[in-house]
Structures are given as structure tokens and as C-alpha cells.
Design a protein around this ligand. Structure first.
Ligand SMILES: [Zn+2]
Length: 370
């Protein structure tokens, strides 16, 4: 199943030609729109302001902090925008020219005239690339907003002071020791909560900004982008699932498993049904479509960064609840999330209820199995 080395080399060479100033210009416009939206709607109502600045760094960085209780600030590095664009560029290309080969048949549903390769119907390679880039960048901003809105700074500071006072940092490139013990656990729990809150506010932003038009390809490419992002934040991952929370971010497969339920739950919600025609599907269909998008991104990730180590199915199955290690990990995460939920509700800055992962009693029951 090895990818033709020459083909990948050629695509990688093309990424060297990406015009960085052009990417940053688009990114700046995308984020400017988000910041304006937040200030004119959500923050205006509660008397706060949001500001943003770029960090002139070539590596991946994003963080949120409060300058004062009323003035919030988010920082994203140029390196992050450029890497997101590179992922969007190569993934869309591979989906167009590589994953449509017969050996991948069965993974990506039926190929049809309105699809370029295995890309979602209704958008061409260029449009898919731009959608993936823009939606992921927007989502990063809403994820940072979620950390601020749910009081994660205070929660981390109270329960597990790490010294990085007053900041939620997505990725530290300073070579400091990975988080351990309760600090890692609290970090994982707040990341999972920020994913859910981030998605919920993000999709509302998209809905309002486009007057209710959320095309199929938007969510599909967003899922591709998020899957890449989760892989990136986790760093080098293996096929083995570590039941003990370590480092700042959860295993990407676990993160996806938890967010995935929120995404399809959203489209099935009675208040959303009928308002987003492109995503009017049954639960089974939604699961199949979202899984397909996430699989595409994991296949891309494996080819590009993991030199195709390990077989894909085990890489993908790594966070399913039928594994005892995963259940053990999730038991700890769910118990801690339940414990910090009253604090999140108390600290939440908006006059509505925060969005948090919803676990069915059947699912909780399942976790109790050893
Ligand atoms: Zn985060």
C-alpha cells in the first residue's frame, strides 16, 4: 500500500512554492472577520473586547490570555497559518489524484462526476483546499475563545499550577517537560471541553455569517483539518493507546471520538433539523460521512508524516471504547470533567449554558467495564 515515492516527492516540492505572504494575507482576513464577529455580537453583549495579534514565529503556536477581565487576547503564529495551508494543499491534492486509485475503493463511497477524486461533492480541489484552510483556522480561534469563555485559565491555575500563569498555550516549542499527573489530566479535560464549546460556537458563526448556508464540503473539509490539527498537537503518536493522561493534549483519536459525537449530535438536534439542508442525514449516514472525512485526513497524515508505519485500521481504531486502555483513560477524563463542570458553569462568561460533552448513560455504563 506504499505511496509512489516520486509522486509524494513532487507534491512536497510544490509546497515549497507556496507564497507565504499570500497565505498570511488570507489568514489575516479570515481571522479579522472572526474577531469582528465576536466583538460585534457575543462580546458586545457582555461588555468585553477581543483582540488578536500574530506571532512572527515559523513554528506552530496559539494561545489565549486575559489582559484584564474585560480584555481578552488571542495570539496565533504565522507558522501555524502556513502549516495549516500546507496540510490543506497536500491533502486536497492527494484526495484528487491518489486516493481515488482502485486499491482505496470502499473507503470513500461512490466516486461521481461532481467529485474531484475522493473530495466531497460540490467543490473542486482548489475550493476544498481553501475551505480546509479557512475552517481550521477559524476553528482554532473559536477553540481559544472557548478556553477563555469557560474559565479554563482559572481552572488550570487552581488545580494544577504549572507556572505558565494566565495563559492557555496550545503547543510549547521551548522543550519544557511534558505535563504529568493532575496537570496533564486537567489539561486534557479542558482541551476536550474547548473542542466541544469551540465547535458549537464555530458552527453558529458559520451559520450566521453565511445566512444559514453550510454546504456539505464545509463540514467535510473542516473535519479533515481538525483531524490533522489533533495529530499535530499530539506530536509523535503510535498505535498504542496510553491509558494515563500525559502531555498537554489528548491522543488525537480520543479527541476525535469525543468531538465526533458532538458534531453528529448537533446535526441531529431538533433545533437544527431542517435549517441546514446539506447536512440533513440520519445518524448512520452522519457517522459514515464524518468518519470518511476523518479517515481521509488520517490516511494523508500517515503518508506524509509517519512514513506509512503501522497499518491504518489499528491507527484509526486506537481510541474505540472496546479497548480496556481507552475505557480506563475515559473513566478518569469523564470523572474529572464531571468534577470541574460546576466551576465551568460558574466561570462561564456568556449568559447561556456552556457547551460540554454529553455522555449518554449507556456510554457511561460501558466505561465502567474493566
Ligand atoms: Zn486548547
Amino acid at each position: 500500500m506504499k505511496m509512489d515515492k516520486e509522486k509524494l516527492k513532487k507534491i512536497n516540492e510544490e509546497t515549497q512554492l507556496i507564497h507565504k505572504e499570500y497565505v498570511v494575507q488570507i489568514a489575516d482576513r479570515v481571522i479579522g472577520r472572526v474577531v469582528d464577529f465576536i466583538n460585534q455580537t457575543m462580546y458586545k453583549e457582555i461588555g468585553k473586547t477581543m483582540s488578536f495579534s500574530w506571532a512572527d514565529r515559523p513554528y506552530f503556536r496559539a494561545y489565549a490570555h486575559c489582559e484584564t477581565p474585560e480584555r481578552h487576547h488571542v495570539v496565533i503564529s504565522y507558522g501555524l497559518a502556513i502549516e495549516l495551508y500546507r496540510d490543506a494543499f497536500v491533502l486536497s491534492k492527494l484526495a484528487h489524484v491518489h486516493f481515488c486509485e482502485p486499491k482505496y475503493a470502499g473507503i470513500f463511497g461512490k466516486l461521481s462526476a461532481d467529485r474531484e477524486g475522493v473530495l466531497p461533492p460540490g467543490a473542486n480541489e482548489h475550493q476544498c483546499k481553501m475551505l480546509m484552510f479557512e475552517t481550521t483556522l477559524e476553528w482554532v480561534f473559536f477553540h481559544e475563545l472557548a478556553h477563555l469563555a469557560q474559565g479554563h485559565l482559572e481552572i488550570r491555575e487552581q488545580r494544577a499550577p504549572t507556572g505558565s500563569v494566565g495563559r492557555v498555550e496550545e503547543m510549547l516549542a521551548d522543550g519544557s517537560e511534558p505535563l504529568q499527573g493532575v496537570a496533564a489530566l486537567i489539561s486534557h479535560v479542558t482541551e476536550i471541553a474547548a473542542d466541544v464549546e469551540g465547535f458549537t460556537t464555530y458552527i453558529q458563526y458559520r451559520y450566521l455569517a453565511t445566512r444559514g448556508k453550510i454546504p456539505y464540503a464545509v463540514v467535510y473539509m473542516m473535519v479533515c483539518g481538525l483531524t490533522c490539527l489533533f495529530n499535530r498537537f499530539f506530536g509523535q503518536s503510535g498505535d498504542h493507546f496510553d491509558p494515563v493522561p500525559r502531555g498537554s493534549h489528548p491522543n488525537p483519536a480520543a479527541r476525535w471520538e469525543l468531538l465526533f459525537q458532538t458534531i453528529y449530535g448537533y446535526f441531529l438536534d431538533a433545533r437544527v433539523r431542517g435549517r441546514i439542508p446539506d447536512w440533513e442525514y440520519s445518524q448512520e449516514e452522519l457517522i459514515a460521512q464524518l468518519t470518511e472525512a476523518s479517515t481521509l485526513a488520517n490516511m494523508y497524515w500517515r503518508i506524509r508524516y509517519l512514513e506509512e508505519r503501522g497499518d491504518l485500521p489499528s491507527f484509526m481504531r486506537v481510541a474505540k471504547v472496546d479497548s480496556p486502555e481507552v475505557r480506563s483513560y475515559l473513566r478518569e477524563i469523564v470523572a474529572t470533567l464531571d468534577e470541574v463542570t460546576p466551576d465551568i458553569k460558574r466561570l462561564y462568561i456568556f449568559p447561556i449554558r456552556p457547551s460540554l460533552p454529553v455522555f449518554t448513560s449507556a456510554w457511561r455504563e460501558r466505561l465502567r467495564e474493566a
